[in-house]
Design a binder for this molecule. Structure first.
Ligand code: GLP
Length: 263
C-alpha cells in the first residue's frame, strides 16, 4: 500500500483523476477489452470527477469503453431523490461524459428482491472480467463503501444496516434530520473492493485524520474496514495534509520518500 500526500484536496483530487485517466488510456492502448472501474459517491470524489469531465470535454479521454460499478446505494430511497447515489452519479459524472448507459451499474435499493440484486451485481462484475480499479472514499469511522465497523473482510455485496454515527454524519444531506436518512443500504463488501486489481481511496480533511491513522498504522481490523487496504498489492490512499495530520512523523516521511523514489 502506498500513501500519496498532497497539500490540498484539490491537488489530491487532480492526482487521482490523472492516475485514473492514465490507467484507462493504458488499457485502451493494448487491448479492446473495456476498462472496468468501481466508483464512489460522497463529497470527496467530486473534484476528481470534475477533472475527468474536463479531460473528456477537452478530447483527452473517452469513457466509451468503460464499464462502471458503484459501491453502494441507500435502500428504499427513490432513484429520483436528489440524494440517491443514482442521482449523485448522474449529476457529478455520467451526465457529462460519453459512458454508455448500459455500462453503468448502480445497485437498485428499491429492487423487489434485494438479495438477488446483490448477487446479480457480483455476477455482473465477474462477467465484466473483474474490476480494474476501484475508487473509494472513507467514512469518518473508517468505513469503506458502507462496510461499517465489524464488517467481515470476506464480505461481498449485501444489505447493510448503517451505524448511528453514519446516520448522523450523512444527515447533512437530509436537512440535518437523522430520521430522514435511510437506515439500510446495499453495499459492495470489503472483499468485493479488495478483489479489484487496483484500489485508490481518497481521504480529505481533518475529519478523516483519525480513520486514516488507524487504517494506515493500526492493526488490520474489521473495526476500521479501510485497514483491509494494508493487504492489497496495489492499494493507494490519496490524502491532503489535513487527513494525513495524525500520521506519525516517521510514516509521513516514509510515504513522501517512497513517492520520490517510485513516483
Ligand atoms: C458514505 C459513502 C462512502 C463515502 C463516505 C464519505 O458513507 N457510503 O462510500 O466514502 O460517505 O463521504 P464524504 O466523501 O462525503 O466524506
Amino acid at each position: 500500500m502506498k500513501v500519496i500526500i498532497r497539500d490540498t484536496k484539490q491537488e489530491g483530487s487532480l492526482w487521482a483523476a490523472h492516475y485514473i485517466a492514465e490507467k484507462i488510456k493504458a488499457k485502451a492502448a493494448i487491448s479492446s477489452e473495456p476498462f472496468v472501474i468501481g466508483l464512489c459517491t460522497g463529497s470527496t470524489p467530486i473534484e476528481t470527477y470534475a477533472e475527468l469531465i474536463r479531460m473528456y470535454k477537452a478530447g483527452e479521454l473517452s469513457f466509451k469503453n468503460v464499464i462502471s460499478f458503484n459501491m453502494d446505494e441507500y435502500v428504499g430511497l427513490p432513484k429520483e431523490h436528489p440524494e440517491s447515489y443514482y442521482s449523485f452519479m448522474h449529476k457529478y459524472l455520467f451526465d457529462h461524459i460519453d459512458q454508455k448507459e448500459e455500462n453503468i451499474h448502480i445497485l437498485d435499493g428499491n429492487a423487489a428482491d434485494l438479495v438477488k440484486e446483490c448477487s446479480d451485481f457480483e455476477a455482473a462484475i465477474l462477467k465484466a472480467g473483474g474490476i480494474d480499479l476501484f475508487l473509494g472514499g472513507v467514512g469518518e469511522d473508517g468505513h469503506l463503501a458502507f462496510n461499517e465497523p465489524f464488517s467481515a473482510f470476506s464480505s461481498r455485496t449485501r444489505i447493510v444496516t448503517l451505524t448511528e454515527d453514519t446516520l448522523v454524519v450523512n444527515s447533512r444531506f437530509f436537512d440535518n434530520d437523522v430520521n430522514k436518512v435511510p437506515k439500510q443500504a446495499l453495499s459492495v463488501g470489503v472483499a468485493t473492493v479488495m478483489s479489484a486489481k487496483e484500489v485508490v481511496v481518497l481521504g480529505f480533511g481533518p475529519k478523516k485524520a483519525r480513520a486514516i491513522k488507524e487504517a494506515v498504522e493500526g492493526p488490520m481490523s474489521h473495526y476500521i474496514t479501510l485497514s483491509a487496504m494494508q493487504d492489497h498489492q496495489a492499494g493507494i490512499i490519496v490524502l491532503d495534509e489535513a487527513a494525513a495530520g495524525e500520521l506519525k512523523v516517521n510514516s509521513y516521511k516514509y510515504f513522501k520518500a517512497l513517492e520520490k523514489v517510485e513516483g
